[in-house]
Design a protein around this ligand. Sequence first.
Ligand code: HEM
Ligand code: HEM
Length: 220
Amino acid sequence: MAQTTKVRVWDAPTRCFHWTLVALVFFCWLTQEKGWMELHFLSGEAVLALVLFRIGWGFVGSQTARFAAFLKHPMAALHHLKDLPKREPDTELGHNAAGGWMVLGLLGLLLLQVGTGMFANDDESFIEGPLRHLVSKGISDLAGKVHEASFALIQIAVALHVLAIMVYLVLKGHNLVRPMILGTKEIAGPVTHPTMVGPLRAIVLLAVAAAAVWALVHTI
Ligand code: HEM
Ligand code: HEM
């Protein structure tokens, strides 16, 4: 068996971000199904704070979490997908070239979801997003329609996301879930360990993101 090295590929903030996001998106769906709209707004605003945090972390976070590290030319992503069926050792220290675009797509869809929710209204029970007063009824109705449609897109994107992870496991033998839980990966061959940033910076960034969302919802 080839010699492997245990490498920390995901820092704790990125892992906490991911699994909290999964729980909150599910909770957003559940609360609106049950008609618990106050909780729907709160959990949606928490999703916005998390996404803003992740965007900031993409610039000032650990090496593998930075956009500059994982956003490659689209051709590189296509090239990567071409080799998908090839069974080979996992040498990836962060997102692969195709996964990087998936991250951007998921974050973009989540921004669209929370952004439209802010302006949406529900004619039946007079439920209104916190920024509804800034736009006309027509724009608010449109925001509601986009809010509904973007949730359908999120469901498709998440299904593809999970499918891709299963494909990596079955075709390539790469377990991507374990590192997203534990943070480490066994890498074959020589490696340069990625630079990790301490949790204090993440805590400050999350507090700034949460304060920005609070200000957006309560002062505008
Ligand atoms: C609401 C559902 C989900 C959303 C919105 C979501 C979103 C994301 C995002 C934004 C990332 C990028 C992480 C980062 O760099 O910060 C990511 C990565 C990842 N997600 Fe999810 N995810 C969801 C569900 C799941 C589920 C159910 C699984 C488990 C099967 C999963 C497994 C992973 C893994 C393994 C990665 C890392 C992939 C890699 O190594 O490149 N996700 N996800
Ligand atoms: C990831 C976060 C979110 C998810 C997954 C989500 C999901 C949904 C879904 C599925 C609906 C029902 C749409 C329909 O069938 O009509 C809905 C309705 C609604 N949501 Fe969200 N939402 C999120 C965030 C937010 C946020 C941040 C706000 C505002 C603070 C918000 C405000 C509303 C309002 C006002 C409605 C009723 C309008 C309507 O029925 O079209 N949502 N949401």
